[in-house]
Ligand binder design. Structure first.
Ligand SMILES: [Zn+2]
Length: 287
């Protein structure tokens, strides 16, 4: 497809793409039920068996500055096979995903500033060079680009984003997250992007009904949930469960059946930097 058209599609997607997770630090926990939160299936694509491609962009990822690429990769592999994913079953039967591969790309090095267009161009170059697999026929693929320390989005208010564009006739579902200083912050932010890219890769899948979110962009199931939890040793962000009417993390004890745990805000929760207070999730519910 001509680059101009592809870029047009990127721009369209970007304008409506959701943002991230931007913390909660200053807000008291909401104790009362919030009947306004509900998510519905708008019947667009979802990724029921995600094939995740992790791409570490930049020479800094070859260093030993924590969190290292190896540790992040190990945590993500665990997360994709865990109850974090099977807990999404209520949303059109979404289940476990697979970490398909992890690739570190040092040439070209990551730019200090980037946007969705540049991430798309970067991925296209990797496809064309045969360095990462193009989307499969079933297109369960999700490309997650990790940018290194010292880089940021041109739009400072976003710490991560997911969206899609079209390359060679296939939709490329992608996400990026900016560098976090700890493994826990990294996996919390990454889990937010993954769960929303899986349930709503193109802005037409599982979305909040009117009144669920109060900000611009796709209203997705982690946007109303700030608390984090730990699954199989990996810190993840909670997401909204319609079935529970709450933000939850799914726990699966060894040898036992998965069970729902309502997510609680605790002093140990990961608080990501709030660059833009208006983007703070305006609603959440806690038991
Ligand atoms: Zn989000």
């Amino acid at each position: 497809m001509p680059a101009r058209l592809r870029k047009g599609l990127i721009a369209t997607a970007t304008r409506i793409a959701f943002c991230v997770v931007l913390g909660i630090a200053a807000s008291p926990a909401t104790k009362s039920a919030d009947p306004g939160i509900r998510f519905a299936d708008f019947h667009g694509p979802v990724l029921r068996a995600t094939q995740l491609h992790l791409i570490y962009w930049g020479i800094d990822w070859t260093g030993t500055l924590p969190p290292t690429a190896d540790r992040i990769t190990a945590a993500v592999r665990t997360m994709m096979a865990s109850s974090f994913m099977t807990g999404l079953h209520q949303y059109r039967g979404i289940g476990r995903g697979t970490l398909r591969d992890a690739t570190t790309v040092t040439e070209p090095d990551a730019p200090i500033l980037f946007d969705d267009h540049e991430v798309g161009d970067f991925l296209d170059a990797l496809f064309d060079a045969g360095r990462i697999a193009r989307p499969d026929t079933g297109n369960q693929n999700l490309y997650l680009v990790m940018t290194p320390f010292g880089t940021r989005s041109r739009d400072r208010s976003y710490a991560g984003e997911h969206s899609y564009y079209v390359h060679a006739g296939r939709r490329v579902h992608f996400a990026w997250i900016t560098h976090r200083t700890t493994l826990a912050e990294t996996t919390a932010l990454l889990s937010h992007e993954v769960v929303e890219a899986v349930t709503d890769p193109e802005g037409s899948g599982v979305l909040g009904v009117d009144g669920t979110c109060h900000r611009f962009g796709w209203c997705e199931i982690s946007d109303v949930c700030s608390p984090t939890g730990v699954i199989d040793g990996v810190v993840v962000q909670s997401y909204w469960s319609n079935a529970e009417g709450a933000c939850v993390v799914m726990d699966a004890p060894p040898g036992g059946a998965p069970r729902v745990q309502r997510a609680h805000q605790t002093p140990d929760d990961v608080h990501l930097v709030v660059d833009e207070p208006r983007l703070r999730p305006s609603r959440r519910r806690e038991p």
